[in-house]
Design a protein around this ligand. Structure first.
Ligand SMILES: [Zn+2]
Length: 487
């Protein structure tokens, strides 16, 4: 049984002031055929799960193409078409396939396609024909459009946020495909789109209402005939007609039960809508709160959430902490020009820099610092543990660490990287525990990395293109009504 493996993943923030091109994928992950195996097979990612699952279930792996880029603005039309063309050509060149496993994000947007993933899966289905089983895996932050559940035989999303179950879900996909190919199951799936948004912080599955919902999902999955149950909180930073929470239930041979099951779960989620949209402290409140704690406090910069498309160079929380005379601050800022300048000055040099806030005017203004360059690094590091995003090999580009005259640690790097691995700091010889306040450019995704070193985590309602609540955005294409915007 020959199984094609495809990955084409991007989360596109339509409020970001940048766009993405093919080079962004080539700088991150872009691999054809067998080249994708060594990159992904050990990663805690669904592509690693596809590979391992196929091996476990005696399915022959036919690696086709895997492309992934750091979340950012919309993907440009010509980049989208060129990568999709590569995917479709790789299918045509692969010879006869018995099944296909596809990993998409679910919130990819191009100027032409508000649901680029819906378009991708439609064209993959058209390319392989109606008879070949097609399994789609998605990020929980997918804004589900109809083709994403109508084109595949089975659609499965992650169950944890931070996303630490990606590999497991990929293994599920391969197992289910094997069962279909052996004629053991006949899946039916139903999708309920809810008139609901969930606050990004309340999407954390380790606590609160989301934890209760995911526990209910686990219980649903124990029912006879249930193959898979997914709850997707969706992605509030893409202004698209398919915004909102989705429930997808997949059952074996129980076509009449599958929709009622999905609706039952949707009713449970709706009953928790108030708790799913609780507010966060402002920057000023969060800074004041941080000063009440001894030890290491992580301030999650929700407005500059790189995993949601933030620029990674906001100085808003940094400035507020400096003004409050907070001791031992640590911040990583995307600032390629400063990183390059430091590399040219050399290790041990004293520099005066204006760091951060250069991508646009929505994330503060550059901050003047003076200090010694204590580390210069090429930016490559490895994360061996399961962490959000499932990446093992990271690259933050040329990076420098400046120890400022007032005792703070400022990292300037050259590639935007989600702060989902504490190795981002360790690899630069930074001990996070020596700091009182660490500014982390994310909300929930970094928690698997930062919870173990933090005495306190504060999620901050900071301004920016990924501000935590939906109320601060002007949507033009979203569906109506949507709780909490229309209530
Ligand atoms: Zn996600």
């Amino acid at each position: 049984m020959r199984v094609g493996i495809i990955g084409f993943m991007h989360e596109s923030n339509t409020f970001a002031n940048t766009t993405l091109n093919r080079q962004h994928f080539e700088e991150a992950f872009f691999h054809f055929g067998e080249d994708l195996i060594p990159i992904w097979e050990d990663a805690h990612h669904e592509l690693g799960g596809f590979i391992t699952g196929c091996r476990e279930h005696q399915l022959e792996i036919v690696p086709l193409l895997a492309a992934w880029a750091t979340p950012g603005g919309m993907l440009e039309d010509d980049a989208y078409e060129s990568i999709l063309t590569d995917i479709l050509e790789s299918i045509q060149d692969a010879g006869p396939l018995d099944g296909v496993l596809v990993a998409l994000h679910g919130a990819m947007v191009t100027p032409t396609f508000p649901s680029a993933d819906g378009e991708t899966i439609t064209r993959i289905r058209a390319c392989i024909g109606d008879e070949i089983p097609l399994i789609l895996s998605l990020d929980m932050h997918g804004n589900i459009s109809t083709p994403m559940v109508e084109m595949p035989d089975v659609t499965i999303a992650y169950k944890s946020y931070p996303h630490i179950d990606q590999r497991e879900r990929g293994i599920d996909c391969a197992r289910i495909l094997g069962q279909i190919l052996r004629g053991e199951i006949s899946p039916h799936q139903a999708h309920v789109k809810m008139p609901l948004l969930i606050h990004i912080v309340q999407q954390f599955t380790g606590d609160g209402a989301m934890r209760e919902i995911m526990k209910a999902v686990e219980e649903f999955e124990a029912f006879p005939f249930v193959i898979s149950t997914s709850v997707l909180p969706g992605y509030i930073y893409a202004d698209v007609p398919d915004m909102g929470v989705s429930v997808i239930v997949v059952m074996d041979d129980a076509a009449d039960l599958v929709l009622p099951h999905a609706e039952g779960l949707a009713d449970l989620i709706w009953s928790k809508r108030a708790a799913l949209n609780a507010a966060l402290p402002s920057v000023a409140e969060a800074v004041a709160l941080s000063q009440n704690f001894e030890g290491t406090v992580c301030l999650m910069d929700s407005g500059d959430n790189i995993g949601g498309g933030g620029p990674g160079d906001s100085t808003i929380i940094f400035k507020a902490l400096l003004e409050a005379n907070s001791p031992a601050i640590c911040v990583v800022l995307y600032d390629p020009a400063c990183a390059q300048y430091c590399a040219e000055k050399g290790l041990g040099s004293t520099v005066q820099l204006e760091v951060g806030a250069k991508t646009d005017h929505e994330h503060g203004s550059p901050i003047a610092i003076e200090g010694e360059i204590i580390t210069i690094h090429d930016g490559h590091f490895i994360e061996p543990e399961p962490r959000h995003g499932g990446t093992r090999d990271y690259n933050q580009g040329l990076s420098a660490v400046i120890k400022t005259v007032d005792g703070h640690t400022v990292v300037v790097n050259s590639l935007r990287v989600m702060p989902t691995s504490i190795e981002q700091l360790n690899s630069l010889n930074i001990d996070p525990r020596e700091h009182h306040a660490i500014i982390v450019k994310g909300v929930t995704a970094p928690r698997a990395a930062y919870d173990p070193i933090a005495d306190k985590v504060i999620c901050v309602d900071s301004p920016g293109v990924t501000r935590a609540g939906p109320e601060s955005f002007t949507y033009k294409r979203r569906p109506k009504p949507l709780f909490p915007l229309d209530n």
